[in-house]
Every structure is written in C-alpha cells, then in structure tokens.
Design a protein around this ligand. Structure first.
Ligand SMILES: C[S@@+](CC[C@H](N)C(=O)[O-])C[C@H]1O[C@@H](n2cnc3c(N)ncnc32)[C@H](O)[C@@H]1O
Length: 223
C-alpha cells in the first residue's frame, strides 16, 4: 500500500502483538498499514472531526479492511476501548498531545507503549510522559520533504533523566547518524535565534537557552 516513510516508520515501531489506537488518524493510513502489512489483527483509528473521518472511511473501504480497523469519532482518549495497550499520536502539536493524555490519564494504566511524533514542543512531551510514568525506549528521526520528524517510543516504567539527557534525547544522543547531527545543528540555530529576541527581563529563560546552546555545541563537536 502507499504510505509515506514517516508513517511507515511509526508503524514499524508498533509491537506486533498489540491492540493499537491511533488518535488523530486523519486518513487512517497508519491503522490500515498495521492490519494490512504488519498482520496486526485489529486496530482502532479515531479523530475528532468529520472531514478526516470521511476520508478514513473511504480508505478503509478501498483497502478492504472494514473488519479489522474500527473508526471512532471522539475527542482524544475518549476513543479508548478495553484491551487497547498501544497508542500512536502523530502530526499534532506537542502541547495538544500533552493535553489529550492529561485529560484522560485514567486510561493510561492499561497502555504499555506510546509512540508519539509531535510537530513541536518535543521536550515538553518527553517531560510529560516521564511524569506520567513512562521512560524513553527509542527515539527515531525521519527526514521527509526536507523536514526532520521526531518519533518517540515510550514504555511503562520509571527512569530518572537529567535536564541535559532529556533535552538531547537519552537514546538519540548515543546514536551516530548524519541526520542526528543535522537535527542538533537545526536545534542550535533555533536556540541562537531565540536568544537574539529574548527580552533582557527574561533572565532565567536567557540562562537556560545559553545552557542549551553550550550542550548542543558540545554534542555536535563529538558527533
Ligand atoms: C495533521 S493531522 C495528522 C494525521 C496523522 N496522524 C499523520 O501523522 O499523518 C492531525 C489530525 O488530528 C486530529 N485531531 C487534532 N486534535 C485532536 C483531538 N484532540 N482528538 C482527536 N483528533 C484530533 C485532526 O482532526 C487531524 O485529522
């Protein structure tokens, strides 16, 4: 089936024995990929808007997986069903992802794996997940149309991370790959731009941004 590399990478990180829920499914291609290409027996795809769900329904019919992918119209984790143990959320802002998880955290007690790919605020997402009782099992970068997408795999369990570890990514910082160097370089440029426009009164934000710039310069040198 036709699926972009970003969604395929997310799909390939989903445990094969899982019952996954994709929140904000839009076209539902990720859930279709999981049941069609990865032989996952059943999946739930949900979205809170009618337009995407109409497209999702058409795709599910086109790929003939009506008996395997259940579509639900719901806000965030309201689409949770008993037995679901894995959640994917991608292509959304990090703060939206955090709100979805915080609003209905009672359902997380049954969730062993979360695969999250926020468009922004990824440090806030990592911090939220650690607070919710997850650790970072894997971190993957995918470059598509000149954009680097971040994909995080969280597993249930507690681990302590220093600010530096969480900021750089405990798994990512240990990997050696050109895309990782490029990702850190881009982040460094962003931090330098932020520093230029921060008002003088933002003393602690200035201090933190300078610290982040130093951390990034050091890791780029060693990559
Ligand atoms: C940009 S699309 C991403 C689609 C797909 N996940 C991907 O990565 O290609 C974001 C989708 O999330 C849905 N969405 C946004 N906030 C949501 C929420 N709180 N609950 C459920 N769906 C939401 C939107 O309607 C939209 O279809």
């Amino acid at each position: 089936m036709k699926i972009n590399n970003r969604l395929k990478t997310i799909g390939d990180l989903v445990p094969l024995s899982s019952y996954p829920l994709d929140i904000g499914c839009d076209h539902a291609l990720l859930s279709i990929y999981l049941v069609k290409e990865k032989n996952i027996p059943k999946a739930v795809a949900s979205d809170n808007k009618s337009g995407p769900l109409k497209k999702a329904k058409e795709n599910i019919k086109f790929y003939k997986v009506e008996d395997k992918v259940e579509l639900i119209k719901a806000e965030g984790l309201d689409s949770y069903k008993e037995g679901i143990d894995t959640i994917t959320i991608s292509g959304m802002g990090g703060l939206n992802i955090n709100r979805i998880l915080e609003d209905n955290k009672k359902y997380l007690k049954n969730i062993n794996t979360l695969i999250l790919s926020p468009n922004n605020y990824s440090l806030a997402v990592k911090r939220k997940l650690v607070k919710l009782g997850y650790y970072i099992d894997n971190e993957v970068l995918v470059k598509e149309n000149n954009i680097i997408y971040e994909i995080y795999v969280f597993k249930k369990g507690r681990k302590y991370y220093s600010y530096k570890k969480l900021f750089l990514g405990p798994v990512l910082s240990l990997k050696k790959d050109n895309i990782i160097k490029e990702y850190y370089r881009d982040l460094l440029e962003t931090k330098k731009d932020i520093l230029k426009v921060l008002p003088k009164s933002f003393v602690s934000k200035i201090r933190l941004t300078k610290k982040e710039i130093k951390i990034l310069e050091k890791i780029i040198q060693n990559k």
